[in-house]
Design a binder for this molecule. Structure first.
Ligand code: PGA
Ligand code: ZN
Length: 435
């Protein structure tokens, strides 16, 4: 164990996968341990998540982060100097107190999350252990290799709103290993590209690396995904299943859902009926933000109708907030939560939400943002917590592949870590089909 007292902590400006500035924080301990992390950035953000501090003005689209960097260097560093990096909760609490606002808008969610994650890395380095191992031992967890959710077609805010639905993904809960998941995913991704090219609809990729959604309806994306799974030699609903992120807050509010692509408006009940039809006709096992973040009654009704056969994830709806999750559990809204560290703002708050989810019997999916970097902290977080599932976008582009490849490295270094084959998810679909 190296001396884990914080000796220096500073931020620099780096750049994310959309070419936007973001915050990297580097922490050094007296014993020479180094921890480094970069803040990601969302595009379809929940209204109640931690707010990034951006400079505004005309330069760099108002997205520069000089204020957030100054917050780390001038305000956070003096408060954390001399603390022990192994006291994650203490460091996070000190930043929350220093910020003093409900959405971390004073110091910036970007400044705080990069610092919080850098401290986590520094503690692992001081203990001379892998990050996933540090997380597992700190929070008393049994680590597991997570089941990936991988995007094949992008959409919504990540694809110029070409289609309304944001993520058309696959999961391979029938695979026997992570290597097999990636092999099958690579085949499905390539098959989807082949189909788009044959139709003359291959025009590039969306923000998270999925194929650009040149479709005439939202459902055409679903049927094309089924075709791609078949072209890859798989039986849809067998080893390979579908997962959707509707991201309904992006096109719905006050109980009205405007499907721009199809030029129609649905109320909450009609939206539930539309999605229910998709669940009946396609091998979908997981659906995220099916209704808008403010449509609590819709979310409850959807969960009542379909919660016994599909995973229903709250992202914008729950924003990695333990209190919101407990409220949702009380009324029976959703049965799973997305864990995005930068929605909460700190590692400690994210783990609190994870634990609240487990207590409530909710599944957990650790997730990246649409604006990402080479930072692989979440691969370790998903493994170390034994969260079970990981969502980082598609199967191209290095900000995505860095995280998938890190899972492979962790697996090689952790032979005792089992791969979560996702049996509860498989059962929901197989059970319905009478298998
Ligand atoms: P975001 O969306 O990172 O653009 O906010 C990702 C998601 O909705 O899961
Ligand atoms: Zn989402």
């Amino acid at each position: 164990m190296r001396d884990s007292t914080i000796a220096s902590l500073s931020a620099r400006r780096v750049w994310d996968s959309r070419g936007c500035p973001t915050v990297e924080v580097e922490v050094r301990t007296a014993g020479g341990a180094i921890g480094r992390a970069i803040a990601p950035a969302g595009a379809s953000r929940g209204s109640r998540e931690a707010l990034d501090l951006r400079d505004g003005g005309s330069k760099l689209g108002g997205k520069d982060v000089k204020g957030a960097i100054a917050a780390v260097n001038d305000k956070i560093a003096p408060v954390l100097f001399g603390r022990d990096v192994c006291d994650q909760a203490g460091a996070d609490a000190a930043m929350i107190a220093l910020d003093g606002t409900p959405f971390k808008s004073a110091l910036g969610g970007n400044a705080i999350v990069a610092t919080s994650l850098a401290i986590l890395h520094a503690a692992a380095a001081a203990k001379e252990t892998a990050l996933w191992q540090h997380i597992a031992s700190s929070y008393g967890r049994t680590p597991t290799i997570p089941l990936p959710e991988i995007q094949i077609f992008g959409g919504g805010a990540h694809a110029g709103r070409r289609v309304d639905v944001q993520d058309f993904m696959i999961m391979v809960p029938g695979a026997s290993s992570l290597d097999e998941v990636f092999e099958i995913t690579a085949e499905v991704y390539a098959a989807a590209g082949k189909i788009m090219a044959q139709k003359g609809k291959s025009v590039g990729v969306a923000d998270e690396g999925g194929w650009w959604p040149m479709f005439d309806s939202n459902e055409e994306a679903l049927s094309t995904l089924v075709d791609a799974i078949e072209l890859a030699g798989e039986t849809p609903g067998d080893r390979v299943v579908i997962s959707l992120d509707i991201a309904a807050s992006e096109f719905g509010s006050a109980g009205k859902y405007r499907l721009a692509l199809e030029d129609r408006e649905l109320d909450s009940d009609q939206m539930i009926a539309l999605l229910g039809g998709w669940l009946d006709n396609y091998p979908i096992v997981s659906i995220e933000d099916p209704l808008a973040e403010g449509d609590t009654e819709g979310m409850r009704a959807f969960t009542e109708a379909y919660g016994d056969r599909v995973q229903i994830i709250g992202d914008d709806y729950l924003v990695t907030n333990a209190a919101f999750l407990k409220e949702a559990a009380q009324i029976g809204a959703c049965n799973a939560v997305l864990i995005k560290v930068n929605q909460a703002g700190t590692v400690t708050e994210s783990v609190d939400t994870f634990k609240a989810a487990e207590t409530a019997g909710y599944h957990c999916v650790v997730s990246a943002r649409s604006g990402e970097t080479e930072d692989t902290s979440i691969s370790h977080l998903a493994t170390g917590l034994g969260a079970g599932q990981l969502k980082v976008g598609s199967f191209t582009r290095s900000e995505r592949m860095a995280k998938w490849n890190e899972c492979l490295r962790i697996q090689d270094n952790a032979p005792s870590c089992v791969f979560v084959a996702g049996q509860p998810l498989v059962k929901t679909w197989w059970g319905k089909k009478g298998n």
